[in-house]
Design a protein around this ligand. Structure first.
Ligand code: SF4
Ligand code: SF4
Ligand SMILES: [Zn+2]
Length: 466
């Protein structure tokens, strides 16, 4: 038998990068872990007293991983609702250890769904709808926890369009101080019910549809969603475009299933008139797929590598920046329409890390927000200089008369001429590391009025009794 401990010293086949805390996926105890680099990739190397040594892929590109800390910023202090007792991730939430506010608050208004996706995190199917009163209480709780106004509210489920009061719920959300309201949907109702899509027109401006869209192959839909949905997705997009309602495509990227389709999804999305961006989400292992088993993990930087390989030279990994509010698990770039007509990444050849202080801890970061922050105090000489330098660095994307436009026209201009590409990688019990967890900025608002980071919710707390 091969000895694990050679009699004479030899070199490890990895480099120890840093320490962290992880979870043993078998006993769910927290365990010490090393973050190590091996063959250009990053792994978690864990030691559980009961279940031994375990390796888990954390990032497919060590180069990208090392770049994250250049973009890191202090987190945001916020109201807490629980105390520290068992430790992270068992004390949600938000407990005093959490290090980031909610860029996105998500309310699951129903457990019902008209699909039974084999990978559903929520295990949705037959289920109950929340009452409007409960939903309003949750919205108000979210707003209060964010200091009275919040950035993005996602109305989710289950399938939220099955809720009989969905229009009232969106109207209620729009009457409150949320910067953006998003409707997370599989698109079935959007494809089949034109009157419903027309009814959504009243919400235009600060409202977006977050449309599940996983690719083009029949096999992709059969394996991820249980039935071929491509025509339904096309019809949903056509109906949305007809009603001039903007959307973001949300693609789950699954190893061995649709990992070869991300480039095609990007090129397709770019051509759709009212699609404003794409969010790629590597598959996480919880819900209906609790075990990684033989499935192949795709990581955040793995999605970036595939986008570079599959986008006919349009995108490079270096075009993406780790989002300052959660550098570990979100990457983003914006493309802008160039004078020649094509789209180019704003971040190409720009030193975004010089402007971190102008970027809020937000997922809803826009160029205009950064400019506003740069000019916040004209008596502050440094801020004014920053603003000038920022404008000169980004002059190629800002039209001559941009600042003379009305707020509405500025928003329209940005909408029509920029395209947002992001990758959000949620955390499961295999690739859990405590920093990623405590910086997570997508929070589920629960009916018992807690704010639980999305990954911790799916990993542990979904079954909590309310
Ligand atoms: S995930 Fe955040 S809120 Fe939950 S226990 Fe960890 S630090 Fe606390
Ligand atoms: S993933 Fe979404 S569409 Fe699929 S069953 Fe779950 S809630 Fe329904
Ligand atoms: Zn264990």
């Amino acid at each position: 038998m091969k000895s694990e401990h050679p009699s004479s010293p030899s070199l490890r086949d990895y480099t120890f990068f840093e320490s962290t805390t992880s979870i043993c996926p078998q006993c769910m105890n927290t365990v010490a872990a090393k973050v190590v680099v091996r063959n250009g990739q990053v792994f978690l190397l864990k030691y559980c007293a009961h279940h031994g040594e375990q390796w888990e892929l954390l990032e497919e590109s060590a180069e990208y991983h090392l770049r994250k800390r250049l973009y890191d910023k202090p987190g945001t202090k916020m109201k807490v609702h629980t105390t520290v007792s068992r430790g992270c991730p068992f004390d949600c939430g938000i407990c005093p250890q959490h290090d980031q506010h909610a860029c996105i608050g998500l309310i699951e208004i129903t457990n019902s769904c008209d699909l039974r996706c084999p990978l559903c995190y929520a295990g949705a199917g037959e289920g109950e709808h929340l009452t409007l009163t409960t939903i309003e209480r949750m919205m108000d709780f979210f707003l209060d926890s964010e200091g009275g106004q919040a950035e993005i509210l996602q109305i989710s489920g289950g399938e939220p369009t099955l809720h009989p009061q969905i229009i009232d719920i969106i109207r209620l959300a729009k009457s409150k101080p949320f910067k953006y309201v998003m409707l997370n949907t599989n698109g079935l109702r959007l494809a089949e019910d034109k009157a419903f899509v027309e009814a959504l027109q009243e919400f235009r401006g600060g409202f977006e549809v977050y449309l599940q869209f996983d690719g083009f192959k029949e096999q992709t839909y059969l394996q991820l969603r249980g039935r071929n949905l491509l025509e339904c997705k096309r019809q949903a997009l056509e109906n949305l475009a007809f009603a001039k309602i903007p959307s973001t495509l949300v693609s789950t990227v699954s190893g061995g299933i649709n990992e070869e389709e991300v480039g095609k999804i990007f090129l397709f999305g770019l051509k759709q008139p009212y699609v404003r961006g794409i969010n790629f989400q590597p598959e996480g292992f919880f819900g209906r797929i609790p075990d990684i088993g033989k499935r192949k993990r795709v990581t955040l930087s793995g999605v970036l590598q595939r986008l570079e390989q599959q986008s006919s030279g349009m995108l490079k990994i270096s075009d993406f920046i780790p989002l300052p509010c959660n550098v570990e698990r979100v990457a983003i770039t914006f493309l802008y329409r160039s004078q020649q007509g094509g789209f180019l990444p704003i971040t190409r050849d720009a030193r975004i890390q010089d402007y971190l202080h102008l970027i809020d801890n937000t997922f809803a970061f826009t160029i205009e927000d950064a400019l506003k922050n740069a000019g916040r105090s004209i008596t502050d000489i440094k801020a004014s200089l920053d603003c000038c330098k920022f404008i000169s660095d980004f002059r190629h994307i800002i039209p001559f008369n941009f600042f003379a436009k009305s707020k509405q026209r500025k928003m329209e201009y940005i909408d029509e001429n920029t395209f947002r590409l992001s990758v959000t990688s949620f955390i499961d019990r295999y690739d859990f590391d405590i920093k990623s967890m405590q910086k997570e900025c997508v929070h589920v608002i629960t009916p018992d009025l807690r704010k639980i980071p999305f990954s911790a919710y799916n990993m542990i707390h979904r079954g909590d009794k309310t």
